[in-house]
Design a protein around this ligand. Structure first.
Ligand SMILES: Cc1cc2nc3c(=O)[nH]c(=O)nc-3n(C[C@H](O)[C@H](O)[C@H](O)COP(=O)(O)OP(=O)(O)OC[C@H]3O[C@@H](n4cnc5c(N)ncnc54)[C@H](O)[C@@H]3O)c2cc1C
Length: 213
């Protein structure tokens, strides 16, 4: 199959066996009478909310994709927790929370926290640890060594800023790193941890034992 497309004014031709169309998603907020309620929309048609997920109408809250939150099930669920706690008198916000994601491609891709670009933009000095998936012994025993594991660490504090992995069990290994991030555990503690062999998270020891750039 051959597809001809235009990208930035340049015509390109792509050849493949399957055609996947990612058409995007749009909020369904038109013509449902929101203008009668005092609930305002953003320019892109999402419900306008503050970091407590309050809309512009007192006592009306919005959660999930319609509130413009990152488009993941676990984020919509966390939005619920934010609203639940705020209705009960708390002050929980959506800002500053972890937004992990895992793409279930083959192999899968998982990411949480800062990317190198984010750290550069914020002027944060960092070290980058990166190993090929072949350095993860469990991946080798599964004969699934495609991909890599990488982690961004703050240069001065050794705290973990961000993590990405492409490979078998990427989402599972990410969850271990997330827990370290939540607990403020430095990468050195993961490097020195005794993790069962051969498990995917054990790969963190290989990762943090390499020379960082
Ligand atoms: C193909 C696909 C795969 C995905 N895979 C993943 C994944 O692996 N992991 C992940 O984290 N996320 C995944 N997502 C994203 C995830 O499904 C959404 O982010 C999540 O469901 C958003 O939850 P929500 O409650 O905000 O909205 P929804 O789950 O979309 O719920 C909105 C509800 O509102 C109803 N509704 C809409 N308009 C009206 C109306 N006018 N009146 C009354 N009811 C209305 C809808 O019928 C729906 O039931 C995937 C999405 C798609 C489409």
């Amino acid at each position: 199959m051959r597809v001809t497309l235009e990208q930035c004014g340049v015509e390109r031709s792509l050849e493949g066996t399957h055609l996947l169309v990612a058409a995007g998603r749009v909020p369904n907020t038109k013509d449902i009478g929101l203008e009668l309620t005092g609930v305002e929309l953003t320019e892109n048609g999402y419900i306008k909310v503050n970091e407590r997920l309050e809309t512009t109408a007192p006592g009306v809250w919005a959660v999930g994709e319609i509130a413009g939150s990152p488009q993941f099930t676990h984020i919509s669920e966390d939005d619920f927790r934010v609203v639940r706690d705020n209705i009960l008198g708390g002050n929980r916000v959506t800002t500053g929370r972890q937004v992990p994601f895992c793409l279930f491609t083959d192999p899968e891709f998982a990411r949480v926290g800062m990317s190198e670009k984010d750290a550069k933009n914020k002027g944060i000095a960092y070290r980058l640890f990166k190993v090929p998936m072949g350095a993860v012994l469990r991946a080798r025993s599964l004969m699934e060594t495609r991909g890599f594991v990488k982690c961004l660490v703050e240069r001065d504090s050794d705290s973990i800023l961000g993590f990405a992995a492409l490979g078998v069990g990427a989402g599972e290994i990410m969850a271990c790193v997330q827990i370290a991030m939540l607990g403020g555990i430095p990468y050195t503690s993961l490097r020195e941890a005794i993790l069962a062999h051969p498990t995917i998270p054990e790969g963190l020891i290989s990762l943090f034992s390499t020379a960082a750039s």
